[in-house]
Design a protein around this ligand. Structure first.
Ligand code: IMP
Length: 177
């Protein structure tokens, strides 16, 4: 992929402003509560770390690692739990933090996993990006930053074959056939 052909979709400033708006909503919702954030690695790492810095309730940060992409721009359609070890989340407020909901298979897998393993006080799903038109499941994030078209996005945690997660902005390339 030629980095120079990348088109900017959301600038660093737009991303950071929207994250602060999401954090304000969460600060209202969780007022007086503690939260266990669950960051889905690797893609959500930038978003999760920026988001929690603007949360003002006590937060514990957990990390799990899933994968569904083959590398490049195609999903395998199957979610692999690379590492899903979590503490006891019974009775806790759980905030799952994802980079993007695309088909929704990962979100469904995670919500089913939480339901099967814990009786949480609340479970909320937050995704920076929501590719609604690509959905094959009926899951919807409780919070999302931006609705996006069905393009392959990279930057700010999102990768192309492992690269470009470190970009401060989010850009897109056309889907490869
Ligand atoms: P889903 O299970 O199809 O909803 O996809 C979830 C995962 O696929 C995300 O956490 C990303 O890691 C990856 N993914 C989906 N769309 C994109 C994209 O446009 N760029 C980079 N990764 C993506």
């Amino acid at each position: 992929m030629d980095i120079n052909s990348l088109k900017v979709l959301f600038t660093e400033e737009e991303i950071q402003n929207r994250i602060k708006e999401l954090a304000d909503e969460m600060n209202n919702f969780y007022r007086g509560e503690e939260v266990y954030s669950v960051c889905v690695l690797k893609g959500a790492v930038m978003f999760a770390t920026d988001l929690v810095k603007s949360l003002n309730m006590p937060v514990k940060m957990e990390f799990i690692r899933l994968s569904s992409y083959n590398g490049g721009t195609t999903t395998s359609g199957k979610v692999n739990a690379v590492d899903i070890s979590l503490p006891d989340l019974n009775g806790k407020n759980v905030l799952i933090i994802e980079d993007i909901v695309d088909t929704g298979l990962t979100a469904k897998f995670l919500l089913d996993f939480m339901n099967c393993n814990f009786h949480t006080k609340s479970t909320k799903f937050c995704s920076l990006l929501d590719k609604k038109t690509a959905r094959v499941t009926d899951v919807e994030p409780d919070y999302y930053g931006f609705e996006v078209d069905d393009k392959f996005l990279i930057g700010y945690g999102l990768d192309y074959d492992g690269y470009y997660r470190n970009l401060k902005f989010i850009g897109y390339i056309e889907k490869q056939v």
